[in-house]
Design a protein around this ligand. Structure first.
Ligand code: FAD
Length: 197
């Protein structure tokens, strides 16, 4: 496998439709067609036959970057929710005043503390080029699972408002669904970790 650079003007290259996703509205995901496209040898990136090795060697970084953005959006969902429940009133109190709300948020707060510490550890290893493929996979698995769990709990604390696109939590919840899928699904992350045991 080799990595080839294909300029959009090359004959045989065509863009298809933008796919209609359930979230990440801000990012286009489009069909791309490459039909009998020819490129000169100078369009080969790096050494011929080394494409797979190049792609594999950058996977821990890609997976760590997904973990970092998952953690950031988890924190944002938490911050939004704390602000919302302190504002919203039900049965003569704020939603924050219910013990269940505080327990759910306290549990998330504890996980955020652990999650940020784990990312510091993983980033330090990455800067030293020591982060292994399994550690990158574990970071992607854990942080995106956390993101989905927290996102759903935060939406629940918004009540009906959480289901309305005008509230940021609704968009964040839709956008979060894909992170356990892209970058390799979380089942594949478990496969990778499992193989290394
Ligand atoms: C919005 C979006 C953006 C994307 N961006 C990119 C991108 O920029 N670059 C890129 O390269 N790709 C991108 N992808 C592709 C993404 O990485 C793949 O969709 C993902 O890796 C899953 O592959 P698949 O869709 O072929 O699912 P499939 O492989 O068909 O999986 C279907 C189901 O089977 C399970 N499964 C498959 N194999 C196994 C196994 N061995 N053991 C157990 N379970 C298994 C999966 O976990 C999943 O639940 C993007 C996808 C989306 C939705």
């Amino acid at each position: 496998m080799s990595i080839l650079l294909v300029e959009a003007e090359r004959e045989g290259f065509k863009r298809g439709r933008n796919l209609d996703k359930i979230g990440m509205d801000e990012a286009d995901t489009s069909e791309l067609f490459f039909e009998d496209v020819r490129v000169p040898m100078t369009n080969c990136l790096g050494q011929e036959g080394m494409g797979f090795v190049y792609l594999m060697s950058e996977l821990p970084q890609e997976r760590l970057s997904i973990a970092v953005s998952a953690m950031a959006s988890t924190q944002k969902a938490f911050d939004e929710t704390v602000a919302f429940v302190k504002e919203r009133k039900a049965f003569g109190k704020t939603v924050f005043d219910f013990q269940n709300t505080k327990f759910v948020l306290a549990d998330i707060k504890a996980k955020l503390q652990v999650g940020w510490a784990h990312l510091d550890w993983a980033l330090n290893r990455h800067y030293k080029r020591e982060l292994t493929a399994e550690e990158g996979a574990a970071a992607k698995l854990w942080h995106t699972d956390l993101q989905w769990d927290v996102m759903d709990k935060c939406l629940q604390l918004h009540g009906g408002a959480g289901y309305m696109n005008e509230y940021p939590i609704a968009k964040m919840w839709r956008g979060a669904r894909v992170t356990r899928i892209f970058g390799g699904t979380n089942e594949i992350m478990k496969e990778l970790i499992g193989r290394s045991l």
